[in-house]
Write a protein that binds this ligand. Structure first.
Ligand SMILES: Cc1ncc(COP(=O)(O)O)c(C=O)c1O
Length: 380
């Protein structure tokens, strides 16, 4: 049996008529940018997240870029970004004119923490970007306390954690709703994906919300009155209509992801492979199911031979990407992120996976583990 890493057709087939009707509804208005669909989605997503305002944009990258601009972070300012993330987190800092400063991550979660951020704070630091990677939430309360004590801003990168919860003594809050600004991507493979590109920012601060609305629309304060240099980063009406169809399903899809993950956890507990830890404070939404193994490329090859598609998120820690050589980090500087890049492997994970497919992955993991342990025992 061939198991795909992800199969978006299966999510869309049962929704096809509903999405087509939503798109037809949008088209019938004759408006293709903004309008009632965008306003409706922004209100519904704000209520889902428990925030005052959602401002949609054209992509997750634009969301992050605009967040820094709205916070007036730019030339001469530093923003702390984990080395284990998708490149866009750091790209957006550069797009805003600021400098990304990479920090290491915790070995068990792959997420940044107060411990890994503190050594790289300087007089120029203006913000920290907790990235809720793989659907796991960063331990944000201590980070918010650190930011408050040092006058720093928190921009959450929630591109991989739509619907995840953070649980602490201060309550249960959705990822993205806790910092100054939360940033989302609706790239089609995300837990909440559009039928093309899309993104959003959310905030409880009315001044920031006002700036964010201006930034996405050429800096307009009023018709033909441009009080800042902005961007063209508006969400298309059709994307908003599709997202409104999918949002009510998000919690159900996330629950199915958690059930698949529980089955993977069960089999991995007896194998020489360690799932990336979901911390106690995080109700994960498993955008990805990531495990760490010493002989990663061998595992990947053997799983592929058995028909199991896998992926690596991400094979190179971003401070070692050629595009960020200017940031001055070299190999060995952020050892945990670098080791993870060499050992992580993402297993098939999408809500529409069938029971038989999940069991096929589980069986393949056991078979590969037996082959690899057997051959290392023989070699010893
Ligand atoms: C962690 C993270 N940040 C930012 C982004 C950027 O989002 P987009 O692709 O919508 O620009 C992504 C999406 O791929 C991501 O995974």
């Amino acid at each position: 049996m061939k198991i795909p890493f992800v199969d978006l057709r299966r999510q869309h087939e049962p929704l096809q008529d509903e999405i087509a009707a939503a798109v037809a509804r949008a088209l019938s208005t004759g408006g293709f940018v903004g309008g009632a669909e965008v306003d409706g989605f922004e209100a519904e997503f704000a209520s889902y997240l428990g925030v005052d305002q959602v401002i949609t944009v054209g992509s997750g990258t634009a969301a992050l870029h605009h967040a820094f601009r709205a916070l007036e972070i730019g030339a001469g300012d530093e923003v702390i970004v984990p080395a284990n993330t998708f490149i866009a987190t750091a790209e957006a800092v550069v797009l805003a004119g600021a400098t990304p400063v990479f920090c290491d991550v915790e070995p068990d979660t792959g997420l940044l923490s107060v411990r890994t951020v503190s050594p790289v704070i300087t007089d120029r630091t203006r913000a920290i970007v907790p990235v809720h990677l793989y659907g796991n939430v960063v331990n944000i309360d201590p980070l918010l306390a650190l930011a408050a004590s040092r006058g720093l801003r928190i921009v959450e990168d929630t591109a991989q954690a739509h619907g995840a919860y953070y649980e602490s003594a201060s309550g249960r809050r959705r990822a993205g709703s806790m910092g100054d600004i939360g940033c989302f991507s609706f790239y089609p493979t995300k837990n909440l994906g559009a039928i093309g590109e899309g993104g959003a920012v959310c905030t409880n601060d009315p001044t920031l919300a006002h700036r964010l609305r201006q930034l996405r629309d050429h800096g307009q304060a009023d018709k033909h009155v441009h009080t800042m240099v902005g961007d063209n980063a508006r969400l298309s009406t059709i994307q908003a209509a599709a997202l409104r169809t999918k949002l009510p399903r998000l919690d159900g899809w996330n629950a199915r992801r958690r059930a698949i993950a529980a089955r993977y956890d069960e089999v991995l507990s007896g194998l020489p492979a360690t799932p990336v830890l979901r911390p106690a404070w995080s109700e994960s939404v498993y955008h990805l199911y990531v495990m760490q193994v010493e002989d990663r490329d061998r595992w990947r090859g053997a799983l592929g031979d058995l028909g199991i598609a896998t992926a690596i998120h991400y094979p190179t820690a971003i401070h070692l990407q050629p595009a960020f050589a200017f940031a001055g980090r070299t190999k060995g500087d952020l050892p945990v992120a670098e080791r993870m890049a060499a050992e992580i492997l993402s297993l098939p994970m999408f809500p529409e996976m069938t029971h038989d497919e999940v069991e096929a992955v589980v069986d393949a993991l056991s078979e590969v583990a037996a082959a690899i342990t057997g051959s290392s025992a023989r070699a010893a």
